[in-house]
Design a protein around this ligand. Structure first.
Ligand SMILES: C[S@@+](CC[C@H](N)C(=O)[O-])C[C@H]1O[C@@H](n2cnc3c(N)ncnc32)[C@H](O)[C@@H]1O
Length: 374
């Protein structure tokens, strides 16, 4: 069985999205979790899923009556399958149907609390439950480390604690507690995690912390940072970026911070210090009419427009090879249109097989499409 954690408040949409390509998915008892038995070639890259946060492949249900027992079960499973001389990562997290207090998705939790009959997940009781779950996870992890030290020291030393993209040699072990006494254990062997960056994220439960920079002109900054993290590729010094719909300028600000050159296109001016920056050229006009004179390293586009227009823009830019890489926001007008999303997935896959299309932790009612064509 495979288990899939949805972006906050998006399990129904994720279920529908998954069913468009693979039948047999169903909602698990735990809110936010979807299960399936479907079979796929796990070494092949799987298509992007907008509303997915984290996949737990080959997940096995466990009864974990005590911390000690949980650690022993995980230990027994690990030593049977993990290669002794290869690195692996371990996440042990609680998901009792509510996200942890303070984690990304507070907006969605608020909406959930208003429209569902589940207890308000930001209430003190729910916070206490989530805290208790996290504490239990911490104790299980400690007990596992202690077992490894006593019985399989070499394997214990191969454990990597990192949020960098998975290396081809790294396996990924996830224990997701769905209640104080029940959980799911997923052991995803190398090179699987490195082959599925769109489904398997090296952050607990797929929650990437929202970047904060008080000096940036707006919070939109966080979307570009998160896209870079997911791609495992930052904008680099000396690269050329076109930033469409750039004002007030936090995407341009980040690109400039990285040492790139920026052509910023907007009807409105960016913040004064950015307008004066020696590496920024400002073009006042319509983002949809702008065509660069030569191929640029990055298309950045955060224009608020109908989703089909932004989708068409990214298809045109990539088909006509106007950019090597791109990060483009696709706003949803109300509910996400899964037909439009499917069309974008199909058309973009022809030019750029490994692109991401994801409702980011930093997104509100929108998603971002990003990737590279070379
Ligand atoms: C969400 S804001 C962009 C925020 C920006 N990425 C940042 O980090 O500060 C959207 C911008 O798109 C611009 N915009 C919307 N439609 C546009 C168009 N057709 N041409 C140029 N700019 C447009 C708006 O003026 C606005 O500044």
């Amino acid at each position: 069985m495979h288990a899939f954690l949805a972006a906050d408040g998006c399990e129904a949409t994720l279920l529908e999205e998954l069913r468009r390509t693979h039948p047999g998915f169903h909602q698990a008892q735990t809110p936010g979790l979807i299960q399936s038995e479907f079979d796929a070639d796990w070494n092949q890259s799987l298509p992007p899923l907008v509303f997915l946060r984290q996949a737990l492949f080959q997940a096995v249900p466990l009864k974990v009556d005590s911390i000690r027992l949980a650690a022993e079960i995980v230990f027994d499973q690990l030593v049977q399958v993990l290669p002794e001389s290869q690195p692996w990562r371990f996440h042990c997290v609680a998901h009792y149907g509510a996200r942890d207090p303070g984690s990304p998705g507070a907006r969605a939790r608020f909406t959930q609390a208003r429209f569902r009959r589940t207890p308000d997940p930001s209430s003190p009781e729910a916070n206490k439950t989530a805290d208790a779950g996290q504490h239990r996870c911490h104790l299980i992890e400690e007990a596992l480390v202690e077992l490894l030290q006593r019985k399989r020291r070499h394997l214990g030393r191969q454990r990597v604690d990192s949020t960098d993209p998975f290396a081809t040699t790294e396996s990924f072990v996830q224990l997701l507690l769905t209640s104080p006494t029940q959980g799911l254990l997923s052991i995803h062997l190398a090179p699987g995690p490195s082959r599925q960056p769109r489904w398997v994220v090296p952050f607990q439960k797929g929650d990437i912390p929202i970047a904060v920079d008080k000096a940036a002109p707006s919070r939109a900054f966080a979307k570009l940072v998160e896209s870079e993290i997911r791609m495992g590729r930052k904008i680099q010094a000396g690269e050329f970026c076109v930033d469409l719909g750039a004002a007030p300028g936090s995407w341009s600000y980040l690109a400039l911070q990285r040492g790139a050159h920026v052509t910023a296109v907007d009807r409105a001016h960016l913040r004064d210090d950015l307008m004066d920056h020696s590496k920024l050229e400002f073009v006042q006009g319509d983002a949809f009419n702008y065509v660069p004179s030569r191929m640029v390293d990055w298309l950045l586009c955060d224009v608020i427009a109908a989703p089909e227009r932004c989708a068409q823009l990214v298809i045109d830019w990539t088909r006509q090879k106007r950019c090597r890489r791109f990060v483009v926001t696709i706003k949803f007008s109300g509910a996400a249109d899964l037909n439009a999303i499917q069309n974008l997935k199909r058309e973009l896959a022809e030019v750029c097989p490994e692109f991401f299309l994801q409702r980011l932790c930093a997104n509100k009612n929108e998603a971002c499409v990003f990737g590279a064509i070379v």
